[in-house]
Write a protein that binds this ligand. Structure first.
Ligand code: PAF
Length: 313
């Protein structure tokens, strides 16, 4: 199976590196210079939960170098989805499967503009992984990956993908309730991600500070109310307990939103808490905690250049 990983971020490197043990894997990067450097640096190197390993996978910025693929795995930030699919165009044939492992919701509508529903798979992964350099990752904690089709059917390709993922060491299951799985992850992210980005605490520290835990519980409780109103079937019974266990399981990890803020990059707040706000508005449900988190994270991402750094002015 020829697999193209779009986006050499933390998750793209982890999944690409592990899958390359069992399949032909390419890394498609929008930055040609970075792709060259990743090749020069011997591909991907990882340390942490999946052990210490190196994967010499080819990287390129030209989709035509790769040719048609059986599977494209989207690992770019949700707000780069359209650009990424346009970039990967030469790899997509009529029956290429596109699997998104991106955080949040909202980008799936964009993917549907490029891919037939029957070739679209949505995945949710709970690995805690941090990019520590180009092609270099710290795997803080393993987690399950769940894959499904939004229509609830499970095509043969999905089973094949599950096999390859599992054989590569990525613990993977299929689900007919992928919408529920997506919302279940969204609810976890809507608490952990903005609060860690604002406090700059690692996941494992968040619930140990009562003042911080209170904010997370507030955001999660609102999000659960919205999901219930939308008749989404969550995949766990106790969302607050689940958030706590994810914080523990990925304790040493800096959430993806914290990593973005530290790198002074745009965050995925619109695709996480922003989704909760939009959905809540349509139901008339108040979500003040999520609104506050959105406002503060948006303030941070639009004022990196103006922040006081404690060193002077
Ligand atoms: O976005 C993230 O960082 C991850 O989804 C999670 C599970 C919160 C771990 O850090």
């Amino acid at each position: 199976m020829r697999i193209v990983i779009v986006g050499p971020g933390a998750l793209g490197c982890l999944v690409g590196g592990l899958l390359s043990k069992k399949a032909e894997v390419w890394l498609l990067d929008r930055d040609p210079k970075r792709a060259e450097r990743i090749i020069k640096n011997q591909g991907i190197t990882c340390q942490g939960a999946s052990g210490k390993w190196t994967a010499k996978i080819p990287a390129t910025a030209k989709a035509a170098d790769i040719g048609e693929a059986d599977l494209i795995i989207l690992c770019v930030k949700a707000y780069h989805t359209k650009e990424a699919l346009l970039h990967a165009r030469d790899c997509i044939r009529k029956d290429t499967t596109v699997l998104t492992l991106q955080n949040g919701l909202g980008h799936i509508e964009v993917i549907k503009e490029f891919v037939d529903e029957q070739n679209l798979l949505v995945g949710v992964t709970n690995h805690g992984v941090t990019l520590i350099g180009e092609g270099q990752i710290q795997h803080a904690g393993t987690g399950e990956t769940i894959i499904g089709n939004l229509e609830g059917f499970l095509p043969a390709r999905a089973r094949q993908i599950r096999e390859i993922f599992n054989e590569s060491g990525l613990d993977t299951k299929l689900s007919r309730n992928i919408k529920g799985v997506l919302w279940s992850k969204l609810i976890i992210n809507c608490g952990i991600n903005p609060v860690s980005a604002l406090t700059r605490l690692k996941n494992g520290q968040l619930m140990h500070q009562e003042t911080c835990a209170e904010v997370i519980r507030g955001a999660v409780t609102e999000a659960v109310r919205v999901a219930k109103r939308g008749r989404v079937q969550l995949v766990y019974d106790d969302p607050l307990a689940k958030v706590e266990s994810v914080c523990e399981a990925t304790g040493p990890n800096r959430s993806s939103m914290l990593q973005d803020v530290l790198a002074r990059k745009k965050t995925e707040i619109d695709f996480i808490n922003g989704v909760i706000l939009r959905q809540a508005r349509s139901y008339g449900i108040p979500t003040p905690v999520n609104q506050l988190l959105v406002n503060l994270v948006k303030t941070i991402e639009s004022s990196y250049g103006e922040m006081v750094d404690g060193q002077g002015s």
